[in-house]
Design a protein around this ligand. Structure first.
Ligand SMILES: *Cc1c(COP(=O)(O)O)cnc(C)c1O
Length: 393
């Protein structure tokens, strides 16, 4: 990697006022991350607070259904119910070592906001979360949890009152107070060095996975399937395998109701390279370069950009970009519930759906790992409502 670049993607497309904060962060990460002290504290938190290592579960009944061996890397068992805490703990600890007192971030569905305030509390930092006013209303129960945990939640009325407006507001706030405050970005997106930092903290998933599959199967898997938007759970799982050409890597994005540009979040199918929130990446945009809103019922996949590293890996053919449509996703939820007794997050169900809907991609003697990014407790209402709408119980 050239500095901050993955092929042609990445970079640091920000106003001058933020350059200093980004360079300070880059320098601190390089200096602090490799130290024995940081490694010990970070891995201690992942283990004793987060509950790592997460198991690699052989899904026997699901395997029988699809006709090849499927393992689930159980990030749903991480404290908080998804992979997001890996990155939140890493960045909060880094911020503390940098002498910061306060974390800020944005969140749409609230999952990243929750992970941030958890990590902030563990590391003794104040947490303030910017949320579009519409999202504050839509996600009332997660807002209550964040407030209970002690976060300040700041509703953003500007623009359309959604995630992109909250991101702009957080960047403005960071420019004003980066001396005391760290912006804890939640996925492998944003300007350099964020995509690199987030992927590094999430790589714990793939490092464990590699050891676990070697123990259980005596060989590397044939395929790893992960859902994503920015790409953090996917890259976390993929990174230790990128040089292993025998391991096929699949990235599944939100196809929405159909592939039409108005009701999809499939930026690899419908997007093109453009600048979003400080980095060059694949984005949904119109012919003027204005960002188009994405649409999917999985809140965590509802972002119009794909981070620079996953954009590059798909462009050079190392990762296969795929998508799953809503009706396939709800069917996958049912299948996972009935075969294994697990309710997947709607995001995670996209990876499950791809495996179910594309049997031709896999051989009977394949060992396939699904990165099972999160649990679906947060989605139960949506799942039941959408099943009624789509009439596919
Ligand atoms: C947020 C989220 C995602 C998508 O984010 P990535 O950064 O692309 O991984 C996927 N699954 C779950 C459960 C999430 O909460």
């Amino acid at each position: 990697m050239k500095r901050g670049r993955y092929g042609r993607y990445g970079g640091m497309y920000v106003g001058e006022v933020l350059v200093h904060a980004l360079l300070e962060l880059e320098e601190a990460f390089k200096r602090i991350y490799p130290t024995e002290e940081f490694q010990r504290e970070f891995h201690g938190l992942l283990r004793d607070y987060g509950g790592r290592p997460t198991p690699l579960y052989y899904a026997r009944n699901f395997s029988k259904l699809v006709g090849f061996k499927v393992y689930l890397k159980r990030e749903d068992l991480l404290c908080g119910g998804s992979h997001k805490l890996n990155n939140a703990l890493g960045q909060a600890l880094l911020a503390k070592k940098m002498g910061k007192r306060r974390l800020i971030t944005e969140t749409a569905a609230g999952q990243h906001g929750l992970a941030t305030v958890m990590a902030g509390n563990v590391c003794g930092l104040e947490t303030e979360i910017f949320m579009g006013i519409k999202d504050v209303q839509r996600q009332a129960s997660n807002v209550k949890k964040m407030v209970l945990l002690g976060a300040k939640v700041k509703p953003v009325k500007a623009g359309a009152g959604v995630l992109k407006d909250a991101v702009s507001e957080t960047l403005r706030e960071w420019a004003a107070c980066s001396r005391t405050t760290h912006y804890l970005i939640g996925s492998t997106v944003g300007p350099h060095p964020f995509p690199e930092i987030v992927a590094t903290f999430q790589s714990i998933i793939g490092e464990e996975l590699r050891k676990q599959v070697l123990e259980k199967e005596g060989r590397l898997p044939d395929a790893i399937v992960a859902c994503g938007s920015g790409g953090s759970n996917a890259l976390g799982a993929f990174r230790p395998f990128i040089k292993e050409k025998s391991v096929r890597l699949y990235f599944v994005e939100g196809g929405g109701e159909s592939r039409g540009a108005e009701n999809s979040a499939a930026a690899f199918q419908l997007g093109s390279p453009g600048v979003l929130h400080g980095g060059l990446m694949m984005v949904l945009q119109d012919t003027w370069g204005q960002i188009r809103p994405s649409k999917t019922r999985a809140a965590g996949l509802n972002y119009p950009g794909r981070g620079p590293e996953i954009s590059h890996l798909c462009e050079v053919g190392r990762v296969k970009p795929c998508y799953a449509l809503d009706h396939e996703v709800f069917k996958a939820v049912r299948m996972m519930c009935r075969t294994e007794g697990l309710i997947p997050a709607l995001e995670t169900a996209h990876a499950v759906a791809y495996v179910l809907s594309n049997p031709d991609e896999f051989d009977p003697d394949d060992v396939v790992v699904i990165n099972y990014s999160g649990r679906g407790d947060k989605d139960v209402e949506t799942i039941l409502r959408c099943e009624r709408e789509l009439n596919t119980p």
